[in-house]
Design a protein around this ligand. Sequence first.
Ligand SMILES: [Zn+2]
Length: 265
Amino acid sequence: MSDISLIDSHCHLIFENFEKDLEAVVARWRSRGVKKLLHACCELSEIPKLKKISHEFEDIYYSVGLHPLESKKWKKNYKSLLKQAAQEDNRVLAIGELGLDFFKNENKNIQIDALLPQMELAYELDLPVIIHCRDAAKEMINICIELYKKGRCPRGVLHCWTGSTDEMKQFLDLGFYISFSGIVTFPKAYEIHECAKIVPSDRYLIETDSPFLAPVPHRGKRNEPAFVENVANFLSKLRSTEIIKIAEESSRNAEDLFKFDLLKR
Ligand SMILES: [Zn+2]
C-alpha cells in the first residue's frame, strides 16, 4: 500500500508515552503513507511543545485551544493568548479542541463560558474549529444554530464522532465535517457504523486521536498515527469503496477544511 496518502486529522503526541520512541513512531506513520497530521491542543500550557514538535517534523501541524474538560482553567485573557498563538505561527491551522463533554463532567455553564469565546475567535480569524462533543450534541447544535443565525458560526469538524445519525445530519446541515476515529472499528459501535455508511463522501475525515482508542486490531494498546490506515480500511469495508478512494476522499476533505499548505495571513 505504498502509493496511499493519508491524513491523521487528530492526534496527540506530546504525552509522556511517546517520549521514548517518537522517532520510530514517525518512521511507522511515514511508511504507512500518512503524509500530514493535525496535532490537537488540550490546554494552553501545551502550546510551546506543539510549536516545537511541528517545527521538528514537517508533517505535523497543530491547533490551539482549551478542551471542555479543562474549562475551569479558562481566564479572560485566554482569547487574546490563543489569538496571538494562532497568528504568530503559520503551522496553527485550527482552534480547539473545544466543545462540550457532559459525560465526564456536568459543569455546563463553565464549559459554555470557555466554548463561546473560542468559537468567536475561530470565526474572527477564519480558522476551523475542532469540536469535542460527548453526550452534549443537543446543546452543541443549539449553540451553533444561534451563531449561524448571527452569521458568525465558524467552519469545523466534529472529531471522534460518537453521535447518532440524526445528530450527524444536523451538524452536516450546519456545514460541519464529521471525523471517524478508531471507535468506528469496534464491533458493537452500530450507530457509528451507520453514520460512516451514510456520511457524504465530501464531508468526512479520519483520525486516530492517538494515544487513545486504538482501532481494531490494536485495541487496548497505545494508539499511534500509523493506525489511521486501519480506520481507512474499516471505512472502505463499511462504504464498499476501495481504500485508495477512502484515502483520497478523506485527505481532500481534510485539505479543504484545514488548508494545510496555504501560507496564511
Ligand atoms: Zn483529542
